[in-house]
Structure formats: structure tokens, C-alpha cells
Design a protein. Sequence first.
Length: 586
Amino acid sequence: MGYLKTWALPCALGIVAACGSKGTDNSTGSGTITTGTATGAGGASQSASNASSTNATGAGGATSTSGVGGGMQTMFTVGGTVTGLAGKLTLQNNGNDTLDVQQDGKFTFKMTLADQALYQVKITAEPGVQHCSIANNVGNIAKADVTNVTVTCDDLLLFAADDGGNGNELWKSDGTAAGTAMLVNINAGGAPSNPAGFTASGDGRVFFAANDGNNGRELWVTDGSAAGTKMVKDIAPGGNSNPFAIVALAGKVYFRANDGAKGNELWQSDGTAAGTSIVKDINANGNGFAGADLLVMGGKLYFPGNDGTNGIELWVSDGTAANTAMVKDLAAGGASSNPGTTPANTSGIFAVVGNTLYFCANTAATGNELFKSDGTAAGTVLVKDIIPGGQDSVPLDLTPFGGKLVFNGYELMHGGEPWLSDGTANGTALIKDILPGAQGLNSSGFFPFGGALVFRAESSPNDLELWTTDGTANGTTLVKDIASGTNQGSNPHGFFTFQKTLFFAANDQVGNIELWKSDGTAANTQMVKNINLNQSSDPAFIGKANRAPLFSANDGVAGRELWTTDGTANGTVLVKDICPGNCSSL
């Protein structure tokens, strides 16, 4: 099942979430996403196009609204600032002055008011995927323009859930029981539509894949309302196009799909049937889009492609057929370098750091090693052959950090340990041999927190615990041995942050997986709440709504349901028992 923090989020796919960073395109009047979030398109902001004021100019000593020409200002404007907006917001002052705002920035109502006049600003419409709050919105004019009305918009959570009667369907939550409800029953009659792959386009819409029971699994879009939730196009009539790896770029979404005739290829959509089309039929005899990853860097798309001649290699596209091409044939002669994929078929081994794409790739000369690309053939090269001679170092968990790359690298002397790279061979090195010798196997789950990266690692066999690194050996330390005295380790995972605190799931000393938190010190790394008193609640982060974290957990009574936390035991509560009783909705 899928989840999305509807701006962040990137978006997000699977039990996730998302979301981080609002990688959105504000040039069309949008505000984040996770979804939202390879990383989507950046954008420029501008002041609200509908915001205006009228300032008449008086002559000589006459009264005026602007004070030009020596007159005293007697009429004043009302305005303020909007932040976090993704879509269209409608404001109204005193019940008769209406203003539409479509991007972050300052706004001003058209009508002016006299000194001491009452102003009452309210929100009359907000994006369906957001909740907006308003402050400093009521008062009296005090011989000055009002500029401090503040509107803050936060994302709602779109996710898939099963209420026990309608199957796995599309739901929406603002983090409260009253605000958590099924948005639309896409596949009526109890069969699940299984919505997944939620991706915010940057203009108040979210795209995803779903099956309505009639048209197969196709591309859908929602504006957060039931009426605005619809299938975009039946790409594969009579079958399933299975849209996958949906990303946003410049007001459109791009994705992998199969129309039943051309195989898996790169597609694009603007949210309309007419504007949904194949970008290029890369392989006339098979799957041209030959992987599971689609990334955005520098306004272009990168993915594993196969033209039927050169094997699976790195491809690039600007969204047009003419400019969709192989970047470089790393494994010449028809062999495949399989960018982003390990020998064990683990995909997603990509990371974008600035204008450089890092990825795992395989050639006969190097084996599976770390490569990088700037989008050109000349700039697509091996970073370092960590295990020389064709053996595999298989770099995993590629993570941007301070303009460099941190990853789990394997070599014969030290095993699997954290590595750091600046993109050069000399600048690619082991950070620290946490488990001395060749037996180290796991340094994974790198996650940014407090100017460093937290991750899980073994300091003794099978003892995965919480570690932190600043990219140096001395700055790579154990945060806390949570499952001290056991042979299993706490295996911290599912990291997310809220109010400058790190949250994660971990095994305690009795083997139960519960919600933990940390400020990066041993003293303040502790369990938040023992949600399930008899066994593991196994919390899994989904996303955020109104900035509050939402996660799934099983308390042993209500089944696996939607929960939230403020970081305290009392503030860690069930949001809603979506599937009443002991059944699980998530």
C-alpha cells in the first residue's frame, strides 16, 4: 500500500513516506513533496498575481489615499503573507472583498478601509491536499496599512487504507480522527483499488496508480476532493499499464508504463487524457524503460534504458523524443552495466548530489562499483574501483551529505562499512572500520539529523545499533547501545524527525520493536511509549499532516492503525481505528 505526505512528499511510494523538502514548482503558483520528493522540480516564486491595491493621488493639500502631494493618508490596505501554499487559496475580507492566491508571498486586498474600520479576513477555500490556518486576521485599522495577516498552509496525508468493507482505498488525514476519512472508493463493491505511488505535481494535484476494477491499473490524479479524483487515461485498454516510478518535473509527471503494445517505456502526463503520451519508444522489440528508477537532476530525467542493442545503460530525457538518449554505453558490446542495480537485483542505488548523479554500475573491468555522471558521455565515469580487478564492492545506501556522498562500501579487508566520496578516486575512502576486520556487513539507513548522519551499524557481529557520523573517523560514534547485553542489537530503522527530534523504531532489551526518540545523545535516547504491552507494535512512519508525524502501529487491541506522536508518551495516540476491532487497516 502507498502513502504520501502531499508536499514533500516526494513523494513517496510504499509504507514510507515521504516526504521530504518541498521540491515544487512555484512558477505555476504552487507551494512542496514528498512527493515528494529524485527530487522533482525547483521553482521561482512571485507575488500573488491577483493581489493589488488602489492608491489615488491628491493634488496640493487635498486628502488622498497615498499621501502624495502633501496629503494625509486616510484610506488603508489590508494584506499579509502566505507560506507553504500548494494550489489555490481564496481569502475574503469583511465578507465582500475576495482574493485568490496561488503561490507563497505577500498579498494585498483590493479594497481600502478608513482609519478605525474593522477588518475580518477569513479563508473561504483551500487546496484539497492542504489545511491552511490564519492569524492576525481580525482588528481595526490604526492609521496604517495592515501587513501582518499570516496564512500558513500545511500538507495533508494521502494514503491507502482498508476499512474492512471497501478494500484498500484512497484516504486522507489531517492528523485528527474527524479529519481522517476515505476520500473516494475507486473500486466500488469491496475490491481494492490499491492506490500507490503518490506524487505531487506542484500545483495542488497528486498523481498515483490505481485499479478501478474496469480499466485495470492506470494513472489517476486527485486535487484532494472526491469530485477531483479521476483516472487520467486508460493507457492500456483491456489491460494494466502499471504506472510506476512517478516523478514531477516542470508541471508534468513522468513515469514508466506499458500500453500493451510497446512494452515498458517512458511516459508523460499533464493530468489530461490528451496530454498523456509516450515520450519515446526506446526499444521497438521490448522494454525500453528497463529498471525501476526515475530520477530528476538539472531539469532532466535519468533512468535505466535498453534500446535493444546496447543493453541496459543510463539514459537521459528532457521530456521530448528528440532529446531522449543513452548517456553512455558503459558495458560495451551489448552487455549491460545495469545502472542503479546490484547483482542481487536490489534497485534504487542512485543519489543526486548537486549536479552529479551517483550510481552503482557493473562493467567487466570493474565489477559493481561506484560511478558518477553529469549527464554527458565524457562526464560519466568510474569514481573508484574499490575492489580492483572486476570484483564487486557493491556500494549501497547512497546518501547526499554536505555536498559529498556517504554510502555503505564493501572491500576485502574491512567488510561493509561507511564510506565518503567527493567524486574523485583520491577523495573516496573508508570513514571508519566500525567492526574491525572483514566481518562487517551492515552500515545502512543513513539519515540526516542535526548536521550529521545517523545510521545503524555493527560494532560486534549481529549487534546493529544507532550510530552517528560527521564524515570523519573521530566523528563516527555510537549514540547508544539500546539492546545492551543481547545478541540481537536494537536494529534502529524507519527514521523521521519532528521538532528537532529524531524518531525511529527499535528493539529494546526484551526484543519488542517500539517507537524511540533521540537528540543525538545517549542520555536522551529513549523509548517514547510501549504501545503494545504484549509484543511489538512495530511502528512504521507514513508521512506528516499539519506538520505532525503519522505512523502505523499495532497496539494489540485495534490492529495496525494510524497513530501520531508529539514526542511524549501521553501525546502518542491512535488517530483513528479505521478498521474497527482487531482488524488492521494499514
